[in-house]
Every structure is written in C-alpha cells, then in structure tokens.
Design a protein around this ligand. Structure first.
Ligand code: ADP
Ligand code: MG
Length: 701
C-alpha cells in the first residue's frame, strides 16, 4: 500500500538510481510528487495549420507523416528530418536533433523513426526554423495517432511543464507524476471544510486542487486551483503561528503599568517636535499591550529615520514610571552607544538612571561591579547595551521590558523569552528592514505588528543618480567644501574577498592623494576588530575626517547628520535592499543629500534595480520589488531562519490570502487552543508534521 510517506525508490519504474535524480528536484516521498507543481504550462489547446504556425513561430500542428532523411551534422550530432503535410501545405520538415554516442552504433533515432511511420498522423509542438535549405519545425514534443479522428493525450489541452534535471526528461517526469497523482492524490490531507469561502477562490478539496494544478482545463483553472491550495497551505502556517503566539502569551504577566504622568509629560514637552500620526499609533499599540494582562510581543517596523527611538523611549518611560527596569539591546557596540547618547540626552531633565553596558564598559572590574550592582539593586532603570546584557552575570531586580533593536530573525523571540532575566517580560522588537505586509505576517507571524510608514516632516528626500566617477567626485568635493561629509562604499562580496579589500585600501590611498588631497580620509574595512571599527565610526561622526571609505556595509542605524553624499562603487553588485539600507546612512538632516551609483548596469536586472533606486525612496516599495526580483528565500536570508517554503503559495500574489487566513486562524485557535476538537484533528496533524521541528513553541502533542 502506498502512503504519502512511501519513499519513491520503492515505486515501480523508479528504483534507487532514478530516485537519486528525483531527490535533486526535492522529491523523496510520494507526497513530494503530489506537490511537485508545474514550473509552467504549455498551452496546447489551439492546433494551427502549417501555414499559420509560420506566423506565430511556435505552436501546435496536426500533420500527416511523409518520408524521412537522416544526416550527421558533426561527429557528435545528428539530425533527422521528416516530411510533414496538411492541407495548407508548404514543404515542411519536422526536425529532431540527437547526440551521437561515439562509442557505439546505437541508432539514436530508432524510437522516432518507428513512431513516424509514413501515412500516420502526428501532433507536434515545436518552433519554426527557417533556413536556406528549407522550412523546419524543431520538435519539442509529439504524439502519433493512427487515425485522423483519434483523440490525443498530450494535445488539445494545457500541458504541465516541470523542472527537470540531467538524466530525467520531461516526458518521464510527466508520466511518473501522472501515475502518482492518479493513484495517490486522495491521500493528501484536506482541511477545506475548516476554511470559509474567500472571494472567488473555489473551495476545492486538496486532492481536486492537486489534480487541477497539474492538469487544468484552462490557465485560469490552474490559477484558481493554485490559489485554492495556497489557501490551505497558508491556513496551516497561520494556525501554527497563532498557536506559537498563544504559547508565548499563555501565562498572565506579573508587572502592571498605569499611566502615572510622572515622566512621560516632561519627556514629551522636551522634544522639539510633535509625534507623527504613525508614532502616536505605535505608542498607543504598545501602551495597550503593556497594560494587557499578557506579556507584550510586538514588532515595530519602520524605515530608517522614521523615528522609532522616541517610540521605544516612551515605552521605557511607562515602565520606569511604574518602578520597573528596562533593557535595550542593540546588535553592535556602536549602535548601543548611539542609543545611549540619544536617550541620555532626551532624558536630561528627568531623574532616571541610564547606563551603557557593552563588553567595553564592562571590561574594567570596578566599573563592571558598579553597573552590575546597580542592575541588581534596581537603581539603574535603563540598561542600554549589546549581547553583553544577556550574559548570566547580569541580574536585574525587576526587569519588565526588553527592547531589541535591528533584529530581524525568525524565531529570535524564543531566545529572549527564554531568558530568565525577568519572569514574563514585555518584549518589543524593532527593525528598519521594511518588508511587504504578507511576508511580515509570515516571518513575524508570532508577533503583533506595528508599522511606521511616515517619515517625520521636513525631510528632504535623497537624490539618487547613476553616474561616472568624474561627476561623482567633483560633486563630492563641493559638498565637502560646504562642511559636509561623504561616504565611499565598496562591495565586499564575501568575507574572504581579498581583492575587494585590496582595491578599497589602494583606492583610499589613491583618493586621498588625488581627489581628496585637501581633505581627511578614513578607512573602514571588514578585517578590522569591532573596537577599531567603533573608533573609526566615532571619529567620523566627530568630524575628525571628511570622507569615509568603507568596504563593509556601514552599520544600520548609524547617525552622522552631516554626511550628505555617498558614492557606491560597483553598485550593480548590491541587492536592492542593501542599496536602500546604505542610502539610509545619509539624508539624516534637513540638508539635501545625494547618492551616486557607479557601476556597469549592463544587464536587465541591474538596469531594473537602478531604475527603482533612482525613482523611489520608499523602503516598503523597494522591499516589494526586491521580493519580486529575487524571491523570498533570498530576501534577508529568510531561508536560513527556518522560513517555510511554499508549494503553491506566493507571497506576492497571495497577500490577501495570507491576511485572511491569519485572521481566521486566530479565530480557530482562539476557540480551540489545543486543537483538540474532533474537527480540527487533521489540521493539528498537519501542524505537527510541518512545524513542530521548526519551532519548539508549537507543542500540540
Ligand atoms: P529610526 O527609526 O531609524 O531609529 P530615529 O529614531 O533615529 O529613527 O529618528 C531619526 C531622526 O528623526 C532623529 O533625529 C529623531 O530625533 C527625529 N525624529 C523622530 N521623530 C520625529 C518627529 N515626529 N518629528 C521630527 N523629527 C523626528
Ligand atoms: Mg534606530
């Protein structure tokens, strides 16, 4: 008996050798065949005449078979031409190419010659080739019928085209898939009964959807069936995420907050600006979470410069107003330091103790003991730092809120939730990597989400040009003469890329003697120690030099307001999101800022990136384009973060489905938190099958 988990090497006609080839396509068990959906379709619904195929250059014809003639083109390649006719006839040949086997006399055309018997009828799918020696149809696929009226199997319909691999041809894959779909698609678990009707997506049982995706009657049918299958697929994912969210927040928290107005009003009055609408909304969301009986678990997403810091600080002050301690974790020392400086400035008039805790500040024994004691006694209210804060020796008296900046990792939540720094901390994550809503709902699915889409008023958008070095350096010098600063960025293709390093080192020397000879030039490269990088960034910020040449991507979140110009060398080697992040390092004041992209944009992808970069500065839009161009797997390395691959679902086309299934999933999980009701048993099994190993939070055992 076949089951979904039967290994394919045991299937008739496959065996161990072919099963290894199928494994390359990701197919190991029967189930994988069912969801090995076509990479594309060939529309063979229209059969044209020989005369008409010359107009379209590609298509299907139905012809009578004539004589054949074989020739050797080169030592390794032979060609077989077969005369074909229909009643529009112009002398035309069906043409086949085959590689010769140099070591044997096997007749490479035996099968074809046998099939194409004179007088028989053939359906042919192929491309027109006009040559001086005649008219040819280069055959991609064919089917012979005995009589004119016989119905073909592979023509007059839409045909699936699968990804293939060396040693497995399309025909064999197609036949194998067909056999297995016919015998086993009924085994595929179905949860269509749990999902309400959504828009015009047909409510197909999974087995029907599978059949229709492989063998649709029309292309529209195929798309409907795909959407229908995606509905189930995303629903399972969203239920898993919803369970995980429930697990995180299962236990009521200990801390309680009231708006006491002892710190927040002063803080707000000291700011030189009003909160934007999005900032207000974010603060409201966060305060509501904090006042909820369950711990907060929220992601705050906002493009660089959108003003997340004051939002975070508002949350911090609510906690401090209520006597609690808070922790703000940044990924690097320089960012932690920057947060510390900004925040201490903003808190100047308030009597709140804040310290910076990084491996540098914790290095000296006396200093370290003072800081650690302050945490333990509870008189230090705000700890800003790096992962040094997570070490065991760091203990708090009553930590209630943890803020994590610039982390965008699937599952990072677990790490922080598991910390025993606090019993049931409220957690706020922040990221400046905007991603499209649909993707966010899956990547950060276990979190609630707030986005800041507005930038504070009065920003001058960065102008982006593609340009040559001459122009770029000339303009840079103008900016430098006005007292502004500049970045010159080289890509470091990988860590061991000595060549790029060398070029940046050489280049910085050359530039400091030529273009920038009247200015001070600094260099930042990937081989430097973190402390050294820190020092250079700090010196640049303090204007000890005017130009910073960098081989590494400059820290996200770094704030040098007088840097108004950036030259990106070999810009064609950076992805869209990386370019956008880099661009975020400038334009951080009201002054006009400029980016010059230098590189050879000589292929279509590079051209497209260039035109997106020069036409928009909206991070969400750029992320969406990036997603379209690269696929979600590559976006921010989501694949490494256990981000699931979808069989039929498409993160761009199915954004509406994701949103719908997310809402419906919370409802189902809300009504049946352990999915123990009878009707949810299939769903529960699907979740434990696909997700239990990915996130240990889902335990529906
Ligand atoms: P990010 O979201 O990248 O962390 P920041 O919090 O660093 O952004 O804010 C960027 C800059 O904008 C800071 O100088 C901050 O003081 C300023 N800012 C934040 N909110 C506003 C606002 N509502 N109006 C004007 N300026 C603001
Ligand atoms: Mg920031």
């Amino acid at each position: 008996m076949l089951s979904l988990d039967t290994e394919i090497q045991y299937l008739k006609g496959i065996g161990p050798r072919r099963s290894q080839l199928f494994a390359k396509l990701g197919i190991k068990i029967v189930e994988d065949f069912l969801t090995f959906f076509p990479a594309q379709y060939q529309d063979r619904t229209k059969i044209t005449s020989i005369r008409d195929i010359y107009k379209k250059l590609q298509g299907c014809i139905f012809v009578k078979v004539g004589k054949s003639c074989e020739r050797q083109l080169s030592q390794g390649l032979s060609v077989l031409d077969i005369e074909i006719f229909d009643n529009t006839s112009m002398m035309t040949y069906a043409r086949f190419f085959r590689k010769n086997n140099l070591y044997s006399n096997i007749d490479v055309f035996a099968t074809i010659r046998k099939a194409f018997e004179v007088g028989k009828f053939a359906y042919i799918y192929g491309d027109v080739k006009l040559e001086r020696s005649g008219r040819f149809i280069s055959v991609n696929d064919y089917e012979i019928v005995q009589n004119k009226v016989d119905k073909p199997l592979l023509f007059n319909k839409i045909i699936p085209v699968y990804s293939a691999t060396e040693g497995l041809n399309q025909k064999f894959i197609r036949e194998t898939v067909k056999t297995i779909v016919e015998s086993s698609c009924m085994l595929y678990p179905d949860i269509s009964n749990l999902i309400p009707r959504f828009h015009n997506i047909p409510a197909l049982q999974s087995s029907i959807a599978i059949q229709k995706i492989h063998y649709p009657n029309t292309l529209e049918d195929a798309e409907n069936a795909r959407r229908s299958f995606a509905l189930q697929e995303f629903f399972v994912l969203e239920c898993a995420l919803s369970l995980s969210r429930n697990n995180l927040t299962k236990n009521p928290k200990i801390q309680k907050y009231e708006i006491r107005r002892t710190l927040l009003p002063t803080f707000k009055n000291n700011l030189k600006f009003e909160f934007t609408r999005d900032q207000k909304k974010a603060i409201n969301d966060i305060f509501a979470d904090m006042q909820n009986i369950y711990p907060m678990n929220r992601m705050l997403m906002g493009d660089v410069g959108s003003g997340k810091t004051v939002v975070a600080l508002s949350a911090v002050l609510l906690a401090v107003e209520n006597g609690y301690q808070t922790m703000i974790v940044a990924p690097t020392e320089i960012l932690a330091e920057q947060h510390y400086l900004t925040m201490s400035n903003m808190l100047e008039d308030l009597d709140v103790k804040i310290v910076l805790a990084t491996s540098s500040t914790l290095k000296r024994k006396s200093e370290r003991e003072k800081i650690l004691a302050g945490f333990a006694k509870g008189d230090i209210k705000i700890a800003v730092g790096t992962h040094a804060l997570i070490e065991d020796r760091v203990k708090f008296k009553n930590l209630s809120l943890i803020i994590v900046d610039e982390q965008h990792r699937f599952g990072v939540m677990q790490k922080f939730a598991a910390l025993d720094k606090a019993k049931s901390p409220d957690i706020l994550m922040m990221t400046a990597t905007p991603i499209p809503r649909a993707l966010a709902m899956t990547v950060y699915g276990e979190m609630d989400m707030t986005t800041i889409t507005q930038l504070p008023p009065g920003r001058t958008p960065v102008k982006t040009y593609s340009s040559n070095e001459q122009v770029a350096y000339t303009d840079t010098i103008k900016e430098l003469k006005n007292g502004n600063q500049a970045y010159v960025v080289y890509p470091l293709i990988d860590e061991s890329d000595k060549l790029a390093l060398k070029s940046a080192v050489d280049e910085s020397e050359k530039l400091s003697q030529t273009w920038f000879k009247d200015f001070k030039v600094g260099l930042l490269h990937g081989k430097m120690q973190p402390s050294e990088k820190n020092k250079i960034m700090r010196n640049f910020k303090n204007k000890e030099f005017n130009v910073l040449i960098a081989t590494t991507v400059i820290e996200v979140g770094i704030d040098v307001p007088d840097a108004t110009i950036m030259i990106i060398q070999h810009a064609e080697r950076f992805g869209l999101s990386a370019l956008h992040q880099l661009r975020g390092r400038i334009g951080r004041s009201s002054k006009q800022s400029y980016v010059y992209l230098i590189g050879s944009f000589n292929n279509e992808t590079a051209q497209k990136r260039l035109s997106i970069m020069t036409s928009t500065s909206n991070g969400f839009k750029i992320a969406e384009e990036d997603l379209k161009m690269r696929g979600p797997g590559e976006l921010m390395g989501t694949a490494q973060h256990g981000f699931p691959k979808f069989k039929a679902g498409d993160l761009i086309k199915d954004a509406d489905i994701i949103e719908f299934t997310k809402n419906h999933a919370s409802e189902i999980v809300g009504n049946d938190p352990n999915l123990s009701k009878n009707e949810n048993i299939v769903l529960k099994n699907l979740i434990s099958k696909y997700f239990s190993h990915k996130t240990n939070l889902i335990n529906v055992g």
